[in-house]
Structures are given as structure tokens and as C-alpha cells.
Design a binder for this molecule. Sequence first.
Ligand code: ADP
Ligand code: MG
Length: 242
Amino acid sequence: DHEVADLRRTHGDITVRGKRCPHPVTSFLQCGLPNKIMKIMEKRDFEKPFPIQMQAIPALMCGRDVIGVAQTGSGKTLAYLLPLIRHILDQPKLGNGDGPVGFVVAPTRELALQIQREANTFCKAVHLISVCAYGGGPMGEQLSALKKGAELLVGTPGRLIDVLTTSGGKITNLRRVTFLVLDEADRMFDMGFEPQIGMFLQSTRPDKQVAMFSATLPAHVEALARKVLKKPLEISVGEKNT
Ligand code: ADP
Ligand code: MG
């Protein structure tokens, strides 16, 4: 429909591949976010969604798998964090011994920490616990935080495997994960993390939602994504640098 096409074109050149994509939003008020989250958005002066957020947020909110491609600094983190937090809040509360519902994998410790910091500003407001398991960080602290229970786990591939396999996998597990994010997917593949990613995809629930975000989408990464994601919507902003 023309109106939707115009909206996508005039707001930063949003391109969508895939069937039955929901309409883009032009305001965070259209996203169905909890009031406490909206208050933080206001406090931080996030007035309106960036182009990747305009289309990826409604797509993820209605349960679709998403491949999001937009350049560095374009707001990809919030594009998945807001739907992820909404999703966690919609699930049964954390019980004793339960693992996380939300799971975010990023290639480097700096990125993982940055994502968890961003997530935590929102998580705290809605009483969700997030933990970051990053390489080079204090393993003991990460393990005890996970043991206490967390709804959101963010981390780097190697350390995530470590915390998941320590003590025979009794500290935490991915059995409740229904929202998996692979951030900077292009870099993760460049860095050789494909086996770890394969393991995360296998040990999470088959009915999970998967979001993959990246600054570039090389053909081999796209091919892999299309193999593991279910009827994904590929949302790109600006020129596709493949
Ligand atoms: P990317 O992951 O695409 O490289 P980030 O998610 O790190 O980009 O976002 C870049 C910066 O833009 C961050 O400082 C973030 O807080 C800010 N930002 C994100 N969304 C918005 C928004 N809608 N309005 C204003 N600033 C935003
Ligand atoms: Mg990013």
C-alpha cells in the first residue's frame, strides 16, 4: 500500500523483504510499551524512533523473526531491546532455578557490556534482572548472579558457553529462552563464532523468536540467517553494504 511505502521511503529509506510486515511506527507511543519504559525514554530525550526502530520494533512486537541491517550508530540496540523487554514481561515470572527468557549474544566484551548497561536502565524500572557474562570478566561473580536468577542474559559466545556448561550445566540454562538476539552478527561470523551460535540456536526453545542485527549483511551471513530464522523480515536502512 502506497501510504506505507511512502512512510518507509521518507523516513530514512527503509526497505523490507518478506511477507506481511506490519506498518512502521512514527512514535514510541505506538509501540505498546509499559509506562515505566516510556518515562525513561522521555527522560533520555528519545523523542522518536530512528528508522531501523520504526520498522523493526513493530515487526518484533508481533512476533516475527527479523534480520535488521543498518549502519553503526543507527539505534539497533533499542530496536531489539524494547520488544525484548516487552516479551519478557509477558512471560510467567521467574521461578526458583529458572533460566533467562531473553538472551543476547554479541561479539566483544565492550559491546556485551554496553548492551547490558542499556538494557539495565529499562530492566531496573520494570523489576527485571539482567546479567552480563563476558569474556575476561569475573567468572565467579557472573555465576553467582546467574544462580540467583535473571530474566535476561547478555554475553560473549565463549564465556556464555563456559557459564552454561560449568557444574554440569546446573548454574543456568537456556531452556526458557524464547527471544534470542544475535547482535553484530557479521562480526561474530568473521570472528569464527559460528559453532557457538549453532549451539545457542539448538539449546533454546524451538518456538523462540530470533532477531539478528548487523551493520552489513554479506551473502554467507544472509544465507545462514535464512536457514535458521523462520519467515524472517529483512529490514534494511539506507544503502545495503554487501
Ligand atoms: P548501533 O547498535 O546501530 O550501532 P546504538 O544502538 O548503539 O547503535 O545507538 C547509537 C546511539 O543512539 C546510542 O547512544 C543510543 O542511545 C542513541 N539512540 C538510539 N535510539 C535513539 C532515539 N530513538 N533517539 C535518540 N537517540 C537514540
Ligand atoms: Mg550495535
